[in-house]
Design a protein around this ligand. Sequence first.
Ligand code: KIV
Ligand code: ZN
Length: 498
Amino acid sequence: MDNRLYIFDTTLRDGEQVPGCQLNTVEKIEVAKALEELGVDVIEAGFPVSSPGDFNSVVEISKAVTWPTICALTRAVENDIKVAAEALQYAKRKRIHTGIGTSDSHIKYKFNSNREEIIERAVAAVSYAKRFVEDVQFYAEDAGRTDNEYLARVVEAVIKAGATVVNIPDTTGYCLPEEFGAKIKYLVENVKGIDKITIATHCHNDLGMATANTISGVINGARQAEVTINGIGERAGNTSLEEVVMALKSHHELGVNTNINTRHIYPTSRLVSNLMNMPVQPNKAIVGRNAFAHSSGIHQDGVLKNRESYEIIDPKDVGIDENSIVLTARSGRAALKHRLHVLGIDLDKEHLDKTYEAFLKFADRKKEINDDDILMLAGRHHASSRRIKLDFLQVTSGIGVHSVASIGLDIAGEKFEACASGNGPVDAALSAIKNIIRRQMIVKEFLIQAINRGSNDVGKVHMTVEHEGMEYHGFSANTDIVGASAEAFIDAINKFAK
Ligand code: KIV
Ligand code: ZN
């Protein structure tokens, strides 16, 4: 059996479905290019029929990317497939990913159908997709809970219809590693023609088993792993790319390789986390802030004597260059440019100048500037192009007194000011904003997180605001957390107050 595992990245499709993680087309192209540099084999760029934005992103990513195959998702519906083929017209290598639910629960409740009819619909979808592209991937949704014998019949039928890749998703993250591996083995041993196609795993992490299930699938014959950067994805997420790649790299005895340039893992992780406003949990394997931090004296001593005492991966292998992570007020523009480049961001001169200006101001307030700070600063120019901007904010608050805020907003160049009181500084600041933007707005979710440590740290604020029955997500980061809260509120407002 081929010892090469194909990496199929679905950060821009399954990952991007997470509420609050939506990217615009320019940002998606940036991620797609980073994925190309990382060395992924397939980029799932979107679900074109779902929205004009998704359609356009697939078109633009197809134009921007050269080597990876560009894949577009569809249901087993003719119009979905036709639209996906249209969106893929500029891709140098293209694939349509079509499929249908195969578990009894999906057949009965989702499709009000029966097993035979589902096979017919699966075959019809693959045959129709073959009219447009040679490379057709079929997914058997909820394969994790599909009876193996029936699954084998579905897989055999779609292979006969021309599927080149068959995806076995554990859609609900239900399987145990042994069970998932046995499922792949059963297909390898019982499906006619399976040696001519590639079997793919697509595991979700609801029980924290996504990586284990994927590796178990690979051990049993799967040769494509569907993954996302940082494991982002609906609910508990998808299998994370970095975990699968580094698990295979660390376990040579499995004899399976990928094309991933592992030194790009960390910069890509930071880029995705920053663009999607999705913090990486500190203890996340491979890319978390603490993944290579040894705090106990015994561990520090052991690592200093010999790194391998407590580390199975050299941080440099995943692109973490410990010596150059911190910048200070004395760092020059070239150092900032270099660090941004390492983090996967190449700014033009104008944006670099603006970012450097912001960097110097920030460095006056915070002695050591780390990667998260830099990414936050580089994102600043997005905020400056918004219609509604925060001009100033002054808040008086304390224990036993009423908080009062006065605020200035710049709305398309016009200045507005208002005051308000509240039961705390954030409440006062948001009420003052509401006194200017007189619309119905409810804060549904409000999350403040420190990026690093220390009382001089930057606070990241995520806010979900409901307006006319729709939810909008706002984000900001600032050493002043009341300011960050006001900016996050304004960021969300900008998304509906056009
Ligand atoms: O989880 C899943 O089943 C999916 C399919 C659409 C591939 O994302
Ligand atoms: Zn999925």
